[in-house]
Write a protein that binds this ligand. Sequence first.
Ligand code: GLC
Length: 421
Amino acid sequence: MFHSALRAGLFAGAVFSASFAMAAELAMVSGDTGNGLAFLQSQLKKFEADTGNTVKVVPMPSSTTDQFGQYRLWLAAGNADIDVYQTDVIWAPQLADQFLDLTDAAKDVVKDHFPSIIESQTTNGKLVAIPAFTDAPALYYRKDLLEKYGKPVPKTWEEMAATAKEIQDKERAAGAKDLWGLVFQGNAYEGLTCNALEWVKSFGGGQIVEANGDISINNEKAAKALEMVKGWVGTISPPGVLAYQEEEARGVWQTGNAVFMRNWPYAYALGNGADSAVKDKFGVAPLPAATAGDKPAATLGGWNVAVSKYSKHPEEAIKLALYLGSKEVQKQRAIDQTNLPTIVSLYDDADVAKAAPIIPQWKEVFMNAVPRPSAPTKVKYNEVSSLFWSAVHDTLSGNGTAAENLEMLEAKLTDLKGAGW
Ligand code: GLC
């Protein structure tokens, strides 16, 4: 009895190791917001079971800026301990030399993704990463509070600020002492570049650096947009908003302490979670515009999966990247995480639409989203963005006027540009 069980066990073991002879121990880095890491782990279990590989996840801070700083150092040092990186949409031109070309490996699946997203991950003909999800922000609003005060969903920033103020004042008077009108991402990091690009672009103030490489940010419309937002800090937005990233904004919102929030779609699923004070009480709309009839602007975000050229297991690592960008994983991601797929057909998928109505609703928004100037500024994008978010943060903190700070920013960007980007 014992012997035959043992023999059966040994036999199964032999089959197991034969079919998984090439199995590898992979390491992947990922920072994420909400329960993104837990979701990743759940998907990796399936990959491990299917391939026999194991994947260790090295968790990173959720700030994309902090991640980038660390990855750039590791990759410059030829770090072979990390095989796979979860990468922000803006990184491809900056890190292209350190990642493997996935063109061949992905040749059968690229046609399933939005061409613009594949293009964003292609540098000099090299496919640097496989898209995992795309991102475009929403104005989250409290349906119950807008209804209570008879207010429509605001279409302009001015209307949003007036509604925020009125509801904040009246609700506070009625005892909701901690309520604020609006939360957003005001910390000095990449997230502020995203928020500020939306304010500036919606005012007609351009895209910081235009597609042809021209530095356009020093203009009156951009200054006007930033002065408007400065007026929000400490009135409709908590003074602490200047230290908020995505998760701090969501924290205030999800405990029921904000009328409006600017955030990415991931906050939709979490906001409707069982532990959320705003479950079933909120809606999402495109961000406001400068004046009625103007176009709003949403910054294009998104995450991808890249393979380090220093990986000792490139084949298995590429399989992992393809798996994490696959339709199967993207569908589950859309359903569980309300992350926007990069695979076109998932926008017509009935299961997705039922579980996550924001997804089909957001196709238009992300297709019209504004890219940050990572393509024209190439390897200098991070410096460009960091000079921009610093100028914005200074302005919002009362450290110089918008006009002064944008003038200085233009001079610094011109220096950085030198003879060309
Ligand atoms: C989101 C976006 C990403 C952006 C980041 C800024 O994660 O997907 O592209 O850089 O927010 O905080």
